[in-house]
Design a protein around this ligand. Structure first.
Ligand SMILES: [Zn+2]
Length: 393
């Protein structure tokens, strides 16, 4: 396939300097990037992009494909097959809006692991999926609200066993609860629930399997413990003091804020989710303060949303761009990098994904309008989506 007359953002293109190009795709990969008109190949399917911006496919590093955005109690009573069927539909909803890579940070019944495998084995067309499977958590009231999503364990030795179990299940990485949660009816978001020794044991066990730990943390003390233990990503990162931000600057730990979640949960919710509203209110201002500071320090920030949580419908992942811009004043180019190359680097998949480069997987999108002038085009203006060289929208 040849994409003719693509406008490019130089920050997201490697090994090619012009701002427009024809892109040759073969075997699912980017085979060549040429000045417009120079490429004279026949027998190829050609698409004229009419100078639309062509960007690498977007990443959402924090989704839950077994949650439907509706009443959690209904999700909790679905059969495993229904969870997988619905989850696949939700993955497509995001793909069609430009999100070609999803990291699922907690699901029940190995449903997302199954979806991932069917996509990887070419049985289904879908986004790249990296899945944690069940979430490892210390014993915490309210966990039963999400039937089957948590693996409850305490003490370092048993935590190690839990890591081995979820990896045996097929997990790509480990998701851990480091503090109470907003979604969870029993938890207090800022409260630490995991000991330093538990963090260390989990990180070590994950490293043995060449993978990493993504930890749910709202509170600043838990964030510091997670950084010290060497967790790769802090999910939500709601309350960060200056010391926590300084520790992040000097570590290989990255934050994945989810402003979509904390703002959406302030709205009217189904009865089963009413407990979430007050908890979201309590951390909103601190979250915006911390994320703004982290951005000003030029920390590498991942792109995540919490899509699937009550009120966050799969496919509307791009709302996070607008929220980050409106609430924390981020520049458009930094936002675009967060959802592409930065997230790819944080996940350790930047060899093959995250930018437009010869040899990388041809996950590409085109957008109507200039994303440097109007970030909302990444939410509502995605016109074409190419996944591993196949036009899926
Ligand atoms: Zn989440």
């Amino acid at each position: 396939m040849i994409l003719r007359n693509c406008s490019l953002l130089s920050e997201l293109v490697e090994g090619y300097t012009h701002t427009s190009a024809d892109i040759l795709i073969e075997g699912g990969e980017i085979k060549g990037i040429y000045p417009c008109g120079e490429l004279k190949t026949e027998n190829n399917c050609e698409m004229d992009m009419n100078n639309q911006y062509v960007l690498p496919g977007l990443f959402d590093m924090h989704v839950h494909l077994t949650l439907s955005a509706e009443d959690t109690l209904i999700d909790s009573n679905k059969t495993p097959i229904q969870l997988a069927l619905d989850g696949y539909k939700f993955a497509l909803d995001s793909l069609k809006r430009g999100f070609t890579t999803l990291r699922d940070v907690g699901a029940s019944n190995r449903a997302v692991i199954g979806i991932r495998d069917s996509i990887n084995n070419n049985k289904l067309i879908g986004p790249n999926i990296f899945a944690s499977g069940r979430i490892i958590t210390p014993t915490e009231s309210g966990n039963e609200f999400f039937k089957g999503m948590y693996l409850e364990v305490d003490k370092p030795d048993d935590m190690v066993g839990a890591v081995r179990n979820v990896i045996k299940d097929g997990a790509d990485f480990i998701k851990l609860m480091g503090t109470g949660a907003i979604m969870n009816p029993g938890g207090v978001p800022g409260q630490t629930i995991c000991f330093d020794e538990e963090y260390k044991a989990i990180v070590k066990a994950a490293e043995f399997k060449n993978t990493y730990v993504a930890v749910h943390c709202h509170g600043t003390e838990a964030i510091k413990s997670a950084i010290k233990a060497g967790c790769r990503t802090i999910e939500h990162a709601s309350i960060m003091d200056d010391e926590a931000i300084e520790m992040l600057e000097n570590s290989e730990t990255y934050i994945v804020p989810t402003l979509s979640a904390v703002t959406t949960l302030l709205r009217d919710l189904p009865l089963s989710s009413k407990h979430m509203k007050a908890k979201a209110e309590a951390i909103l201002n601190k979250t915006l303060e911390g994320v703004t500071k982290a951005y000003k320090k030029r920390l590498k920030i991942g792109f995540g949303t919490d899509q699937g949580v009550t009120g966050l419908y799969h496919g509307d992942n791009g709302k996070e761009f607008e929220l980050r811009q409106q609430l924390t004043n981020m520049d458009n180019i930094d936002l675009i990098k967060q959802a592409t190359i930065n997230s790819a680097e944080i996940m350790g998949v930047d060899e093959r994904l995250g930018s437009i480069k010869v040899g990388k997987i041809a996950d590409l999108i085109s957008v109507e309008g200039n994303p440097l002038k109007d970030i909302s085009v990444l939410r509502n203006g995605v016109t074409n989506v190419i996944k591993t060289g196949v036009l899926v929208k």
